[in-house]
Design a protein around this ligand. Structure first.
Ligand SMILES: Nc1ncnc2c1ncn2[C@@H]1O[C@H](COP(=O)(O)OP(=O)(O)OP(=O)(O)O)[C@@H](O)[C@H]1O
Length: 295
């Protein structure tokens, strides 16, 4: 099974949101990483056939998804970024409604819904109206509706937004298990949510895929560029101006330990650290560190 994105471009009036993207997705979990405006949502909308490319073609097992039409939608599950069912439905009524819409037999749907409610820890709120749920719960209802038809291709746009740490861990384990023989594409700003479950990652910048690889392969390019060091607390502001500090923690005796990115050691006592995917993300998207702070 594969999904080929072939020379796909999407142009809006004055903006090329996706620019000649070529990518072949094989079964596994795919992380789609990129800063705000990189083109992730636009690419996902084209993969789900909600939006048509300005040029290029997307093929599922060698066949144009446009020509597959309904057949393609039957094997597809999608959680849109803006999923926020504002109707008066209860959780279970909503999921039954979506299942009927997707043409899933009632008995099969009931069993699947019960299973998903359990896995996504929504059983206790299944009779509650969706509008009355917390943001994290609503997101999980969104994940459930995307998975009702046991999709071979599952596209999740920012699935972990609003989930608490426990929910995140459950989500990761669940997706890892689910992705056997399926293609799962996840876009997220929370790099740690895909770092350990993604089989491959694709990095987008300015509408283009700039890198593809496993987490281990990708972080190799910043090996030797991630450092930790101890600095006096009173000098933090000075160091902040000259270094790309990505983490800092207060230590005893008026010292602060910092983790920073640089081609060379910039503080005497610096020690090289094992690079992580988040380090690479911040190396490629320095502005993201600022975005995180202001959010
Ligand atoms: N319908 C549209 N009309 C005009 N420009 C658009 C439209 N949709 C997206 N864009 C622009 O295309 C670019 C890519 O947007 P897109 O939403 O795909 O990025 P993204 O990587 O998903 O960002 P985010 O993480 O913030 O959702 C942005 O500059 C955006 O403003």
């Amino acid at each position: 099974m594969n999904l080929q994105i072939m020379n796909v471009t999407k142009e809006f009036k004055d903006k090329k949101a996706v620019d000649k993207v070529n990518l072949t997705l094989a079964p596994g979990v795919w992380g789609l990483l990129g800063a705000n405006g990189a083109g992730k949502t636009t690419l996902m909308r084209m993969i789900t056939d909600i939006m048509s490319p300005s040029s290029g073609v997307i093929k599922y097992n060698g066949k144009d998804i446009k020509k597959l039409g309904k057949l393609y939608r039957e094997i597809l599950g999608f959680l849109p970024q803006e999923f926020g069912c504002s109707s008066d439905f209860s959780v279970v009524d909503y999921l039954e409604y979506v299942a009927a819409y997707k043409g899933i037999e009632k008995k099969v749907a009931r069993k699947k819904i019960a299973e998903l409610l359990d896995i996504l820890t929504l059983s206790d709120v299944k009779k509650k109206k969706i509008v009355k749920l917390s943001g994290g719960m609503r997101r999980r209802v969104g994940i459930a509706q995307a998975m009702l038809n046991n999709p071979e291709i599952l596209i999740l746009d920012e699935p972990t937004a609003g989930l608490d740490p426990g929910e995140r861990i459950r989500f990761r384990n669940f997706i890892s298990e689910f992705s056997q023989d399926r293609i799962v594409l996840i876009s997220t700003h929370i790099v740690s949510d895909i770092e350990y479950i993604s089989t491959q990652n694709a990095i987008m910048k300015g509408g283009k895929i700039v890198d593809v690889g496993t987490t281990e392969e990708l972080v190799k390019q910043i090996e030797g560029k991630v450092w930790s060091a101890l600095i006096p607390a009173k000098e933090v502001a000075v160091f902040e101006r000259k270094l790309r500090i990505i983490n800092q923690k207060n230590e005893p005796n008026g010292m602060v330990s910092i983790r920073y990115l640089s081609s060379n050691s910039e503080v005497d006592n610096s020690v090289n650290e094992e690079p992580r995917l988040e380090d690479l993300y911040l190396w490629l998207f320095p502005e993201a560190a600022y975005e995180r702070e202001v959010k």
